[in-house]
Design a protein around this ligand. Structure first.
Ligand code: ADP
Length: 285
């Protein structure tokens, strides 16, 4: 009887703990939901006034009735506003990844058109910097590929912006090919038999010291962390690239030589049509 009472008491205690845990989990989910809602609202509230500032400063910068100096001020307002918008978008992207709220939407992407889109977007920057922009489609690259094209664009755009930012002469090369099976076996051992796409962004810029090659993929980390640093930026771009590459089932490799340049390579396995719908659902849950 004594034993029975003991067992009953223990089971009541366990039940109490289970209920407490359930309540706690509910509270956690609730506060994570509050956080996501707060970030979504904040970003909307921040972006709306910022958009007016961007549009109006652009109009001022183009207004021929104003003096050169005034137009120059308007240009500075415009470009600072753009920096702020990038920062807001980056923080929002990262917190969405953290909250598991990034939905991956697989679609059939035209690999052939991909370099053309990037040439269109970066042609002007290349010209302004006097850096050659070369795109290369290797013959073994597939013409179409299943992935989330929007996220892949974000990754490659971030890498290309960095490449142009940290390169003052020479060239930036975007190349697309089928990944070397030996590299895949090493970097993505879980998908050895798949057709893995390799997209590289190589530059002839400042390069990255070996001691910094891992940490620059962490949020807010830069090679030069001092406030007097030469290059702007927030240190969020590469962590977003890495998170997105992981969500797409791939990874990013870095090869660099200080003073000579850097090559970032995205390895991307195809997202299967049915498999990816499942993973899209899982990620949005
Ligand atoms: P940001 O460019 O805003 O500083 P990133 O996360 O994109 O943030 O990059 C982090 C850091 O990695 C950069 O500050 C820079 O020090 C280094 N880095 C990234 N790309 C390159 C590159 N192509 N060449 C040299 N350094 C780079």
């Amino acid at each position: 009887e004594e034993q029975n009472r003991f067992a009953e008491e223990k089971s009541r205690e366990l039940e109490k703990i289970r209920i407490e845990l359930e309540e706690y989990t509910e509270q956690l989910e609730q506060s994570s939901q509050y956080k996501s809602d707060f970030l979504a609202n904040m970003s909307h509230e921040l972006r709306t006034p910022l958009n007016s500032m961007l549009i109006l400063s652009q109009l001022l910068a183009e207004n021929a009735e104003l003096g050169t100096e005034e137009r120059q001020y308007a240009k500075v307002i415009h470009s600072s506003g753009n920096d702020l918008l990038t920062l807001i978008n980056d923080i929002l992207d990262l917190s969405k990844v953290e909250a598991g709220k990034v939905e991956i939407v697989p679609e059939e992407m035209s690999v052939t058109e991909f370099p053309l889109v990037m040439e269109y977007q970066f042609g002007k920057i290349a010209e302004q910097k006097g850096v050659r922009f070369v795109t290369r489609m290797e013959p073994d690259a597939p013409a179409i590929f299943w992935t989330d094209e929007h996220r892949l664009h974000q990754i490659v755009k971030n890498l290309l912006s960095n490449a142009f930012k940290f390169t003052d002469s020479g060239e930036v090369v975007l190349s697309i090919r089928r990944a070397d099976p030996a590299v895949v076996a090493d970097a993505l051992p879980e998908c050895p038999n798949e057709t893995v796409l390799a997209i590289s962004v190589a530059d002839t810029g400042v390069g990255i010291p070996a001691s910094k090659r891992d940490i620059i993929f962490e949020a807010f980390q830069q090679v030069d962390g001092t406030t007097s640093r030469k290059y702007g930026g927030t240190g969020l771009g590469l962590s977003i690239c890495r998170e997105f590459a992981n969500l797409l089932g791939g990874t990013i490799l870095l090869d660099s030589e200080e003073g000579r340049g850097s090559t970032f390579t995205i390895l991307l396995p195809p997202l299967g049509q049915t498999k990816s719908h499942e993973s899209a659902m899982m990620l949005s849950e």
